[in-house]
Write a protein of this length. Structure first.
Lengths: 116, 717
């Protein structure tokens, strides 16, 4: 088991992919578009996109959280990093409530199960 | 069209009822285990799952009365599962009553009664269950505040509430975003920290975008009551699994929650613990501290439990196929006809004298026999399920009588005919109740008699020599020879001067109207017990034996044939009539003894078989067959449950596979005939019921003089 309160692992071992491709997500990141977003994210991951820009996101809910979690899970499973950029306040608020702020930190490949 | 729909609905309902009753048995089993060992979390889970399944399927069919009542039961179990409700005797008694009520509600559904009457009848018990939960909720709240009155408006409690939430897959789809509920928590207190449980989040490709697979662990500082905090999640109730631990919850409660959330999966457990630790912050609350020790002793207690029935149950669903029993009976009937046809073919082959034909017929006969065995095997069910029912009876009755009883079940895998299982359940129930009531003593008496205070009642089943043997034994006081004799003489069942062996005395208790209990109880002792039991067993062509040692216990043995439908018979003739005796009962065949020939017209009597005196029955005279006896007759020696008997017949025809057809109602009063069968030639043969035959004959003539054990009926007239 990991000791608690240790530094997030990206600091120790920042294994990042070279790709500079960034997918910008905008509008609602909610259940109303969940199915569509999933396809979009899947396609992006398949093309090697590992960085997602949330700057234009206007609404964010639990379904959105779940999509991002699953996307990160997939990315790390592939042995690549995962990064979310410029999260606006709506995203920040939700992730804070859920204790998931670490999602906003760039993450390396899957070394430990759940970084926090 | 609608009648077809009705049919479909009716059969679906049957399926529902079957499944629900299975679940109910599982439920009861789990409750009994919980009562034995309140720490057995797996039992609590199993009970909860069973109740939940019943509620779920009943909901599917729209049986509201079942759903609403089961919901109360389920909620109580939920409380026990989450550790907010203690597993007390009172609570268990209520739950067991709840189980009975659920059974009644299901019966109502079976009878098509689904009105409000049925629901109304459940109300008192439902209220009691609710009160139980209410009391448990109030208790920790009061304890937390120190004094009950200091609650409202008091300073925030020292610790924090722990809220553990797991969402159902459909929560989001149903428009219930947990986010709004968690936001609302700000209204009832201060969220100290939250963690999202992401264990169940799959890869993106496997994610159901509108489903939900998240869980949350939240620490909330609040001076509200449990009801208020739980109330926040009220709308989510159907779509989530909520556990709320009070600030003063013991580490044991956390341990239970951890166990429940991780389901015994150790990585999940570690991950959750880590999240809790993050939530708890630097000054770790008690629930983290004792973790190591608690886990250690939990592990040591665990292996047997985890290896338990859980996994097996999952497999059984796929291994079993539900078949309508009339289809099965149809198949067995067909096989029966096939057996007859096959003997017919053999007969023709013999008559034709064609070796090739004979060989073919024999081969077919072999295959048919195989098919017969398998077809009959389809109807066989293990007796274990019937045995398991007795756990409840033993629990209830021993509680009522203030006795301590341990029930021991062995041989539950022994299989017997489904129809037989059902018929034998009642007699067994009588025997078990008898043992509990009359056999086993009160703890003090037992200790005074030098026995452990806890009595032992054992049910055992096994196969032996083509029969199924079921034993009910206890280590109680045993049968009292003097008391039985005195009672039998008082009732005029035996003559005072009669000399009886112990075994004969014991069998007296099987006589109609015999009961030695000094006072009549509502458990047994109405004097209608044992003779009814015996009649039931005999109607299955079975026998009953009693072995008892005074002061040390009683064993009652029931022997039943493997199946009711087909037997290997021994075919004989008297005049033009064919008689069949079960082959396994035949001991030997001898020439007619001198004594019988000398006896002349008497239909029965005694003869000497190598120094053993045995009764015999002349079938020709007994059944008043027409014509006169041939010069040479034969004697078949047959074993009955108590003795051996000679049957005097004209000719012996040898072994014959017999499909027993029951006699029609008109002939059912005939003594000595168990049924009929059709021979390959198309002729009818009568199947003899040797026990009844001998008993009937004894009544009319054979007066016993010496050793040959009499049937107790000899003494009845």
């Amino acid at each position: 088991m990991r000791p608690t309160g240790c530094a997030p692992e990206f600091a120790a071992d920042p294994v990042m992919t070279d790709t500079t491709d960034v997918l910008a997500l905008d509008g609602e990141l909610t259940i109303t578009r969940a199915a569509e977003l999933r396809e979009m994210l899947l396609a992006a991951l398949a093309q090697g996109v590992r960085t997602f820009d949330l700057g234009a996101v206007e609404a964010f809910d639990t379904a959105g959280v779940q999509l991002l979690l699953a996307a990160r899970h997939s990315a790390r499973q592939d042995g690549t990093g995962f990064e979310l950029r410029s999260a606006p306040a709506v995203v920040h608020e939700v992730l804070q409530r859920y204790g998931l702020l670490d999602l906003l930190r760039p993450a390396g490949p899957d070394q430990t199960k759940e970084p926090r | 069209m609608s009648s077809q729909d009705d049919d479909i609905l009716a059969s679906a309902r049957e399926g529902f009822l079957d499944e629900a009753r299975d679940m109910l048995r599982q439920f009861e089993q789990a409750l009994l285990t919980m009562e034995e060992d309140p720490a057995d979390l797996e039992a609590v889970n199993s009970a909860f799952r069973a109740a939940h399944t019943i509620k779920g399927t009943a909901g599917l069919f729209g049986y509201e009365s079942v759903v609403s009542f089961t919901h109360e039961v389920e909620s109580a179990l939920e409380g026990m599962r989450s550790g907010t409700l203690a597993i007390t005797d009172e609570a268990m008694a209520l739950l067991l009553q709840g189980r009975d009520r659920m059974g009644e509600l299901l019966d109502d559904v079976g009878r098509g009664v689904t009105g409000t009457d049925s629901a109304d009848a459940s109300r008192p018990l439902a209220d009691a269950l609710r009160r139980l939960r209410g009391a448990a909720d109030a208790a920790p709240a009061a304890a937390k505040a120190g004094t009950p009155t200091a609650q409202a408006g008091a300073a925030p409690a020292a610790g924090a509430w722990h809220i553990s939430l797991r969402l159902g897959a459909d929560a989001l789809r149903n428009g219930l975003d947990p986010l709004s509920f968690i936001r609302y928590l700000d209204q009832v207190g201060q969220v100290q920290g939250a963690q999202t449980v992401t264990e169940a989040v799959p890869l993106l490709a496997e994610l159901d975008p509108e489903g939900c697979c998240l869980g949350f662990e939240i620490r909330l500082a609040s001076d509200r009551t449990r009801a208020e905090i739980e109330g926040v999640f009220e709308f989510l109730a159907d779509d989530c699994d909520l556990a709320v631990l009070a600030p003063d919850a013991a580490s044991q409660d956390y341990e239970q929650l951890l166990e429940r959330r991780s389901g015994g999966d150790s990585p999940a457990r570690e991950a959750l613990l880590a999240q809790w630790q993050v939530l708890a912050g630097p000054d770790k609350p008690p629930f983290i501290e004792r973790r190591e020790a608690a886990r250690a002793d939990r592990r040591s207690a665990e292996p047997e439990r985890r290896a338990g029935p859980k996994d097996r149950r999952g497999g059984e669903d796929t291994r079993f196929l539900r078949v309508r029993s009339d289809k099965l009976d149809g198949l067995i009937d067909m096989i029966g006809e096939l057996v007859i046809a096959s003997s017919g073919a053999q007969l023709v082959a013999q008559r034709e004298g064609s070796p090739a034909f004979m060989e073919a017929a024999l081969r077919i006969a072999g295959l048919v026999e195989d098919a017969r065995d398998r077809a009959l095997g389809l109807r066989m069910v293990p007796i274990g399920e019937t045995f398991a029912r007795f756990q409840r009876v033993v629990r209830d009755v021993s509680k009522q009588l203030g006795k301590e009883v341990e029930l021991e079940l062995t041989g539950g895998d022994t299989e017997l005919d489904k129809a037989m299982v059902e018929t034998v359940a009642d007699p067994l129930m009588h025997l078990v109740r008898n043992s509990l009531d009359h056999g086993l003593e009160l703890p003090d008496d037992r200790i005074a008699a030098g026995k452990p205070g806890r009595g032992r009642l054992a049910l055992n089943a096994y196969h032996e020599a083509g029969q199924i043997v079921i034993e009910v034994s206890d280590d109680g006081r045993g049968l009292n020879r003097e008391r039985i004799l005195a009672k039998a003489i008082e009732r005029g069942l035996v003559q005072p001067e009669t000399q009886l062996t112990d075994a004969e005395v014991h069998e007296l208790i099987l006589l109609p109207g015999f009961s030695t209990a000094e006072k009549v109880t509502d458990i047994s002792g109405r004097g209608v017990g044992m003779d009814v039991v015996r009649r039931n067993i005999e109607s299955l062509r079975g026998q009953m034996h009693i072995a008892s040692t005074e002061g040390a216990g009683t064993t009652i043995q029931i022997r039943l044939p493997l199946t009711l439908a087909i037997i290997d018979g021994f075919l004989t003739t008297v005049g033009d009539t064919h008689y069949v005796v079960p082959l396994e009962a035949v001991v030997e065949c001898i020439e007619t003894p001198e004594a019988c020939r000398a006896a002349g017209d008497k239909g029965s009597g005694w003869f000497d078989l190598r120094g053993e005196v045995l009764p015999y029955v002349d079938l020709r005279r007994n059944f008043r067959s027409a014509g006169s006896a041939p010069a040479r007759q034969s004697m078949v020696i047959v074993r009955t449950d108590r003795t051996k008997v000679g049957l005097l017949v004209d000719r012996l025809l040898g072994q014959h596979q017999t499909v027993i057809k029951p006699l029609s109602r008109v002939f059912q009063h005939l003594r000595g005939i168990a049924g009929s069968t059709i021979l390959g030639s198309g002729e009818v043969a009568l199947v003899l019921d040797v026990t009844a035959l001998v008993a009937g004959v004894s009544r009319h003539g054979i007066t016993r003089t010496e050793s040959g054990t009499p049937s107790p009926r000899t003494a009845t007239h």
